[in-house]
Design a protein around this ligand. Structure first.
Ligand code: NAP
Length: 400
């Protein structure tokens, strides 16, 4: 059917590449382009001959908009799948506009020198994408991504009004290291060391980092400590879900992870303020990233499961209603299938599905959209088909 240009060749991109290759009817060609071309070539060598999808590779610095535009014009893809880092989002959107191609990503823009993510920078592109007749799909990972599709699905099929959403992200995987992050360490640590917040009655309520803790008994996993974090889908769901009064996001962390994080923060090595080291300017967090295990190396070592889902409370036909929808993913099964652990898997699969929704015309609409703004049904079907089946519970235990 068409061609995708995948930018980035890290953990999430690896899964997306495998999934495009399992779906050759839609992706009959992919070009993998990243800063380090050898990583793209490694994926090509792994998959070539095992798939009908034609694979090419290229070197590109996505922050160099003219170079990226030239690459897009040369490769002529139908869509660009941005799986680089959030810092590149605006540059890649600029190149897509210049070359006239649709866009999809999994994480919202974040300036490199400020640990703050917000949609306002990408929403500012709405008119330009609309005028160009191009679609930009924001946040097609798991959270944001599937959690937002779950919300659209709950709204469409089960509720007249949703009042409360709790998004619960549990990773019960064990990689055997005292401290490692499951996706890009820089992005992960910026996210979890920031202040928490939740959306209530049209306003943000801010908390200290990890101030709010709950224990939840996760299906197929058991009880885990979870902590309230700020998370990007709260911002768009607060606008797009009818009647919403409160949305919170919780993520599980083990004691060892939190103790290490606290210690690293106390010694100043999670800071993003540049310092002078032996006459050279370095960012402490980037140095920490360089000494931590590469998330892509965790695949063969990680055992256990993830469970990510949403609990909704609201009304249907005048009566109170609750609904829990979630996916359970097994780290070892993911590794057997695509050579990655479940955190990359749960992000890379929805990235492929989001691109497929646009390429097949199901979600083709000029403008910039968050994922919950589209019809959730074909995406929910594709989750079952491509390795992220979901389960429903109509009387779940609630989070207080
Ligand atoms: N929505 C979700 O559920 C979710 C969950 C997890 C992650 N994510 C997002 O997924 C994305 C990828 O995460 P990951 O764990 O795969 O990260 P990763 O392993 O660090 O991979 C990032 C890739 O992007 C490449 N890259 C960085 N800057 C570039 C540039 N200027 N030009 C071209 N390529 C560049 C890197 O190249 P090098 O190899 O040269 O460094 C690397 O291959 C991130 O944006 C992350 O926030 C979303």
């Amino acid at each position: 059917m068409g061609k995708a240009l995948i930018i980035g060749a890290g953990g999430v991109a690896g899964v997306c590449i495998h999934k495009c290759c399992q779906n050759s009817a839609v992706f009959d060609e992919i070009c993998i382009a990243s800063r380090t071309k050898s990583k793209c070539d490694k994926y090509k060598a792994e998959l070539e001959g095992k798939t009908k999808t034609k694979i090419t590779t290229a070197q590109v610095d996505a922050d160099d908009v003219p170079a990226l535009t030239a690459l897009i014009e040369k490769e002529k893809p139908d869509i660009v799948i941005n799986l680089a880092l959030p810092y590149q989002d605006l540059h890649i959107m600029d190149a897509c506009l210049a070359a006239g191609v649709d866009y999809v990503d999994t994480a919202n823009y974040e300036p490199e020198d400020t640990a703050k993510f917000e949609y306002k920078w990408q929403w500012a592109y709405r008119e330009r994408f609309e005028k160009a007749g191009l679609t930009a799909l924001l946040g097609s990972g798991f959270d944001p991504g599937v959690t937002s599709v779950f919300s659209a699905y709950a709204q469409k099929h089960y509720f007249d009004e949703i009042h409360y959403i709790d998004i619960l992200d549990c990773n019960a995987g064990d990689h055997g290291y005292p401290f490692a992050t499951n996706f890009n360490p820089e992005i992960n640590i910026r996210e979890v060391s920031a202040k928490g917040s939740y959306w209530e009655n049209g306003k943000w309520v801010e908390t200290e980092p990890m101030e709010i803790k709950r224990v939840y008994d996760f299906p197929e996993i058991g009880p885990k400590d979870m902590y309230l974090l700020h998370h990007e889908e709260l911002e768009s769901l607060g606008l797009n879900i009818k009647g919403i009064k409160r949305i919170r996001f919780f993520m599980t962390f083990g004691e060892s992870y939190l103790t290490h994080l606290r210690c690293l923060e106390n010694v100043g090595i999670t800071s993003i303020k540049p310092i002078l080291f032996e006459g050279k300017e370095i960012v402490p967090l980037q140095f920490l990233k360089a000494v931590l295990p590469d998330p892509a190396s965790l695949g063969p070592r990680t055992k256990g499961k993830t469970n990510i889902g949403c609990i909704f409370q609201g009304i249907k036909a005048g009566k109170p209603k609750t609904y829990y929808v979630y996916n359970v993913c097994d780290h070892e099964e993911c590794y057997r299938e695509v050579g990655s652990q479940a955190v990359s898997y749960t992000t890379g699969v929805p990235a492929m599905i989001g691109a497929m929704m646009i390429m097949t015309g199901k979600w083709k609409k000029p403008g910039v959209y968050n994922i919950e703004e589209f019809d959730p049904d074909p995406f929910m079907d594709a989750l079952n088909q491509f390795g992220l089946p979901w389960k429903e519970d109509f009387s779940p235990k609630l989070v207080d």
